[in-house]
Design a protein around this ligand. Structure first.
Ligand code: NDP
Ligand code: 2IT
Length: 451
């Protein structure tokens, strides 16, 4: 057996219940056989075995009190996966499904994603099984403070820099940062996604969604195509989805779907800028459900259905698919239906939204398929730009940050294509992203010796 197969087998044996982590490890390592052949020094130094093992993974108790005075206990996590090329860096997720497997899969993906950004950031991830839905602002604040009262001892601007992810947006980052600042008596760039008034970067809220669309535009350009007049399906209606809708629409596309965890809407007329503002207010301020969109704009709402199931069941034709909700939201059946109905480009705004079978279906059909670790890297890249601005004690204009984001997305796209070609897999963005990200981290690990 090869070192790759050995390593996959070892993870499956040791982390037997960590299904999502096994999935992420398998998806990356399966594409790395040629790196092992080409770099015997990586094999000799045990890089493959070491890279699947986090530097450290902490789990902690988060007790907090709700508005009625009842005590609740949640689990908190921070996985510091790899800091070979920079401080640990990656978001925090608050969602009831969070467990060690989810956080390890996200942390593992983050290592390669961050390497692709061209910026000096290692990979990490954290979060809690806390469910922010239906909680008051005071409850959210108390939870964030309880969470930070343990997390603070593991993080720092040169050590580990968390940010947002599902369930963690501007409000949560404000509470987390405010508490860190108080107990550490320090105003530093320890978190990203901060508000503009206290060290945040312009364009960080937009960056993941915009970056995904920039990446898709680069992929389309390789076939002489663009977004103009294309029909686009987006899933999710949170941070990433909102700005993917906005940018795709700005580029001339007609976006016809969004969803949340309770329903999907299909608006054949397209989500105009005005309708997109409605979604932003609904989700970010009023914290309502997406079915309100269907009521307001008189379009179809499929309760309890996911966007990709609706598209398959209704035989809806879309040109470009941007999954921006969560892991494993798009299965093989959905992938086959998308391809059958003429979809020619998929760019992942979410992390690992396509199941392994779905990825295979996209690759076998030879459509443009951009995996999350490349396509959604604009968010963390702009977090890297926020860290730079914090270090410089300066802030750049909207135009400056957006320009840098575009340059970074183009360079990630180019790096993927070049690495895919170098490994004999022309046009394969999965091989390109994995090999380019991996080789950079592996070289740094090699330089340090066995540590
Ligand atoms: P948000 O919390 O802002 O939005 C998440 C959206 O996805 C919501 O509409 C939510 O619906 C929906 N969703 C979440 N879980 C499920 C589920 N199990 N089934 C159906 N819908 C679901 O998160 P983000 O937009 O920040 O994150 C979306 C994805 O993008 C995640 O995979 C994240 O890891 C990834 N990502 C985020 C980055 C960022 O900068 N924020 C950067 C790179 C990747 P509901 O409101 O009902 O919960
Ligand atoms: O998955 C991701 O890249 C993020 N949630 C963003 C992480 C960050 O540090 O900005």
């Amino acid at each position: 057996m090869s070192v790759i197969q050995d390593t996959i087998a070892r993870v499956r044996q040791l982390d037997v219940e960590q299904i999502e982590f096994q999935q992420a490890v398998t998806e990356v390592l399966e594409t790395l056989e040629p790196t092992a052949e080409r770099h015997p020094e990586f094999v000799k130094a045990g890089i493959y075995e070491r890279i699947v093992e986090p530097e450290r993974a902490v789990q902690f108790r988060v007790p907090w009190v709700d508005d009625k005075g009842r005590v609740h206990v949640n689990r908190g996590f921070r996985v510091q996966f790899n800091n070979a090329i920079g401080p640990f860096k990656g978001g925090l997720r608050f969602h009831p499904s969070v467990n060690m497997s989810i956080i390890k899969f996200l942390g593992f993906e983050q290592v390669f994603k961050n390497a692709l950004t061209t910026l000096p950031m290692g990979g990490g991830k954290g979060g809690s099984d806390f469910d922010p839905k239906g909680k008051s602002d005071h409850e959210i604040m108390r939870f964030c403070q309880a969470f930070m009262s343990e997390l603070y001892r593991h993080i720092g601007p040169e050590t580990d820099v968390p940010a947002g992810d599902i369930g963690v947006g501007a409000r949560e980052i404000g509470y987390l940062y405010g508490y860190y600042k108080k107990i550490r008596n320090e105003h530093t760039g320890v978190l990203t996604g901060k508000g503009l008034e206290y060290g945040g970067s312009l364009i960080r809220p937009e960056a993941t969604g915009y970056g995904t669309v920039y990446f898709a535009a680069e992929m389309l350009a390789t076939r002489g195509l663009d977004f103009k007049d294309k029909v686009v399906a987006v899933s999710g209606s949170g941070n990433v989805a909102q700005f993917a809708v906005e940018k795709a629409t700005q580029m001339g596309a007609r976006v016809i779907t969004v969803c949340d965890s309770s329903a999907s809407i299909v608006d054949e007329k397209g989500i105009s800028p005005e309708k997109c503002c409605f979604i932003m207010d609904l989700k970010n301020n009023r914290r309502g459900r997406i079915k309100e969109y269907a009521q307001k704009y008189d379009c179809v709402c499929y309760e309890g259905e996911n966007v990709w199931d609706v598209i398959r069941q209704q035989g809806i034709k879309v040109d470009i698919a941007l999954p921006c909700a969560t892991q494993n939201e798009l299965n093989a059946e959905n992938a086959a239906a998308l391809v059958r109905n003429g979809c020619f480009c998929v760019a992942e705004g979410a992390n690992m939204p396509s199941t392994p079978d779905a990825v295979r279906a996209f690759q076998e059909s030879n459509i443009l398929y951009g995996p999350g670790k490349a396509a959604n890297a604009g968010g963390v890249a702009t977090s890297g730009l926020e860290m730079s601005q914090n270090s410089l004690k300066m802030s750049w204009t909207r135009e400056e940050v957006d320009k840098r984001l575009l340059i970074i997305m183009k360079s990630i796209h180019k790096a993927c294509l070049e690495s895919a070609e170098a490994y004999g897999k022309k046009g394969d963005y999965v091989v390109g992203a994995n090999t380019a990200g991996f080789v950079k981290v592996a070289r740094a690990m090699l330089a340090y010796g066995i540590v």
